[in-house]
Design a protein around this ligand. Sequence first.
Ligand code: PMV
Length: 365
Amino acid sequence: DRELFVSAPGKVILHGEHAVVHGKMALAVGLNLRTFIRIRPCKDDTVLINLPNIGTKLSWDVSQLQSLLPSFQDDPQNMEILKNFAGLTDGCKDTESLAVLAFLYLYLSIFGRDLPSVDVVVWSQLPTGAGLGSSAAYCVCLAAAMLTYCGRIADPMREEAKTSRWSQTELDLINQWAFQGEKVIHGNPSGVDNAVGTWGGALQYQSGRITPIERVPMLHILLTNTKVPRSTKVLVAGVKEKLLKFPDIIEPVLSSIHAISQECQRVLKEMTAGLSMDHYSVLEELIDINQHHLNVIGVGHPSLNTICRVTAERGLHSKLTGAGGGGCAVTLLRPDTDHTVVEAVKQELTDCGFQCWETSIGALG
Ligand code: PMV
């Protein structure tokens, strides 16, 4: 009956965005900006969800939710049942209502017959809608906390536990439920974001197959959000159009991006055995080459060029991450990168209206 705490990382795509849509490999890594959940018993037969980041606080009587259960279990994909129940307007599609729907979906599915009174609060260091896997981190936290709360997976923090980690089978279960939550929020997601949230580290994905990579080093980065809104769908369509128009020109670029992901994976593996400054030089070159490729396929943006220029002036290397056309960029920091350099870059980028985080990738799941 004690309270449980779980956290999950966000994600960034290190290499392979867009190429992955055309059957090439991408490398996604855990981002050490995390989402946290606390779940604990609640008095008065109430279920309470508090999402301070989006200013949402809702509660229901357990008996109300219990009465919903038969029709929900008959048709769990029927979101109308949940929407009506959450007291949210029909067709309301904002972050807030989707987050609540995913919560109710997982609560009813995971607890099933025995709905407990719980008090849940979820807060996050991740911005929403920036391609950093914030909804997946949210779903991973909810799934892991609920599965642990009802005893379907062990509590790794309990005193008698032999290890402080979940087993692969338990992680699989967390990931599967997190994916269901992601579907409530996104419709038809690739499953990469929830896999990174669950396992952390780095993983490879290609043609729908997601393979965690054994061990990766934690790399220090500067993450910058241009805050320029972009549509992944429109950018993906643009690349497809270019590929159809100039197959002999664009296909080799996508193949080169594939080779960059492979080479990066090889270097990361080597780094776990002992890293040297030469490794960083290779990673930097790969970042530069890929950023040029991404410009070639038409997913760059002046705001991203600004980040590349400002960081390059101080000897740092950056590329866009995710869909491009705005959104976020990653800048690799070396262990010996001077702190005053990082501070100066952050100041300059902040003055451009961007938001920066000094953080790391390869974060634990
Ligand atoms: O915007 P994000 O970070 O979810 O990334 C989109 C990545 C693309 O390769 C452009 C699209 C995709 O579905 O893989």
